[in-house]
Design a protein around this ligand. Structure first.
Ligand code: ZN
Length: 315
């Protein structure tokens, strides 16, 4: 018998104007509304603090668990639980946005964290493109293009296929376009500056555009697209395939076929089942499950046929 248990979470569902129905038809999630855009699978953020679904800590929120039982998280020194895991169903395109780094967010957004994020593309159309980066060579040129509304010349579209992995550093102009299903691993922050919204109206009005913040935080020149995209679909099975290691997180892709065991020696390990089903140490799991494997857990035995994304925080 293990002295540490797996911690399963109840997701928080979000309605977004650009959302669809895939999260409630293809996953075991429940939500009302025609436009469900996000499932916050592992989150301690005040805008969606997940409850522990079962076991010793059932009913506690993740932020409470993190505050009271820091030992489960390897006694991490971060004041707030540092990561947020979402599944995003974009039926329509999202606005074009950019996130600040920690220093800018701390100064301008009430001490909030900045936002570095990454996407694993669970599904998309065959000719899909994402907005990553921009074409301005200097900040003057960027400012001019934004003031002149030349957004279609400014932004850069990158062809993307299912199984791609994309790292979005702060200051990178980016947008998810329609038809994408994405698992996002991100710093636990909600600070987003909207660069451009394609002139759309929401409830009869354009949504606010954060012109001055955008001009301040966008990286110039931006070569993000050159290094941002990795093809990660056909990776070896029963292997922890490291997709990204940055100053905030490490992210792995794991395809379990039959049996795989690993040692959990990170401060904690976040796990999301993207597809398939199986068991983790005898507990049945299937597509849509999100869980935390705590510090000091040791050997983890996985069985079945499962596609998973795992992550941990870097202090
Ligand atoms: Zn973003």
């Amino acid at each position: 018998m293990k002295d540490r248990e797996l911690i399963f979470l109840e997701p928080v569902m979000k309605e977004n104007v650009w959302g669809g129905q895939r999260l409630v038809t293809e996953f075991p999630y429940k939500a009302e509304g025609a436009a469900i855009g996000e499932c916050w699978g592992i989150s301690a953020h005040p805008h969606g603090d997940c409850k522990i679904a079962q076991g010793t800590y059932r009913g506690m929120t993740l932020s409470e668990l993190y505050a009271k039982h820091r030992d489960l998280f390897g006694d991490l020194s971060n004041e707030q639980f540092p990561l947020l895991i979402k599944i995003i169903d974009a039926k329509e395109k999202l606005s074009i946005q950019v996130h600040p780094n920690d220093a800018y967010a701390k100064e301008h957004e009430n001490g909030s964290l900045g936002k570095t994020e990454c996407w694993y593309v669970m599904d998309c159309d065959s000719d899909a493109k994402l907005v990553i980066g921009h074409n301005a060579k200097t900040r003057e040129e960027l400012t001019q293009m934004i003031h002149d509304g030349k957004y279609e010349d400014l932004i850069r579209y990158i062809p993307i296929r299912k199984g791609d992995f994309i790292q979005i550093d702060p200051g990178t102009v980016h947008a998810i376009t329609g038809g994408f299903l994405i698992l996002e691993t991100q710093q636990s922050s909600d600070i987003t500056y909207r660069v451009y919204d394609y002139g759309r109206l929401v409830d009869g009005k354009p949504r606010p555009i954060h012109v001055s913040q955008s001009i301040e935080v966008i990286n110039v020149p931006d070569e993000a697209d050159i290094k941002a995209v990795k093809h990660a679909e056909a990776l070896p099975v029963n292997t922890l395939n490291l997709l990204e290691s940055c100053r905030y997180y490490k992210v792995w892709k794991l395809n379990v076929e039959n049996e795989f065991s690993m040692l959990q020696e990170n401060p904690f390990l976040l796990a999301s089942v993207l597809d398939g089903e199986g068991s983790i140490d005898g507990v049945l799991v299937k597509k849509g499950a999100h869980l935390i494997i705590p510090a000091g857990y040791g050997k983890v035995e996985l069985k079945g046929s499962m596609e998973m994304i795992l992550s941990t925080a870097v202090e």
